[in-house]
Design a protein around this ligand. Sequence first.
Ligand code: TYD
Length: 230
Amino acid sequence: MGPIIVGVNTIQELKKSYRTPETPGSFFFSLEGIEGSGKTTQIKALEDYVTSKGLRCLTLREPGGTTFGEKLREAILGSEAPLHPLAECHLFLASRAQLLNEKILPFLLQPGSVVILDRYIDSTLAYQGKARRLGYSTILELHRHDPLNLLPHRTYFLDIDLETSMQRQLTRGNKKDYFESQKQEFYQNLLDGYREVAELFPERILKIDGSGTVASITEKIHHDLKRLLS
Ligand code: TYD
C-alpha cells in the first residue's frame, strides 16, 4: 500500500478532472476483473435487467468496439514482440478515445440509455498502472482530457483469487494471447492492482466476490442496480 498512500493527494487532485455522463436516466456501467472472473456471464445478466426496465442498451468491449479499435485490439493482443508499457498503454487509450467519441458519448445523449463496457479505465490502471509499473497517477493523468475523462456511474469488479482464475482458464483451454502468457508475478500484481484501484474509487467501484455462484453475483448486481436506477 506504500506507494498508493504517498500518491493519494495527487490522485485525489486528478480525480477532480473526471466527470460522469449527465443525461437524465442514462447510465454508464463497466465490468472489471482478471481472466476467468465471469464478466461475460454477468454482462448478459446486466443487459437483461436494464432492457427489462425499458432502457436501451449498448454493450461494448475494450480494446475494440469500433472498426479502428478492433484493428488496435489485433495489434496489441496479437503482438509477438513484447511492447513497451507506454506503447501498450497508448494503444489502449487510442482505442478508448475512439470508442467514446464514436459510440459511447453519442449513445448516452438520448435519455434512458445504458452503456455496458467489458473493461475500461480500471483495466488500464491494474494492467498498465500496476502490473506494467507505469503507476496509477500516470494513467490518471493521461485520462484527464476529454473524452477520456468520462467515468462510469458504477463499475462492478468481480474479484477472484489467482487459483480460481488459472483453474477457469485451464477449463476453457483457449490459445493464450499476449497477456495470458505472462508469468505468475504479473498476475499477482494485477490482482493487487485491481484491489487497490477499488479502494481508490470506493464511491464508484463495487467489489463483488466472484467465486460465489453465478446467481449470487447476479443478485448482488441487481440489488445495486435497483438502488441506482430508482
Ligand atoms: P480480452 O480477450 O478481451 O480479455 P478478457 O476476455 O479477459 O476480458 O483481452 C483484453 C486484454 O487486454 C486483457 O488481458 C486485459 C488487457 N487490457 C489491458 O491490459 N489494458 C486495458 O486498458 C484494457 C482495456 C485491456
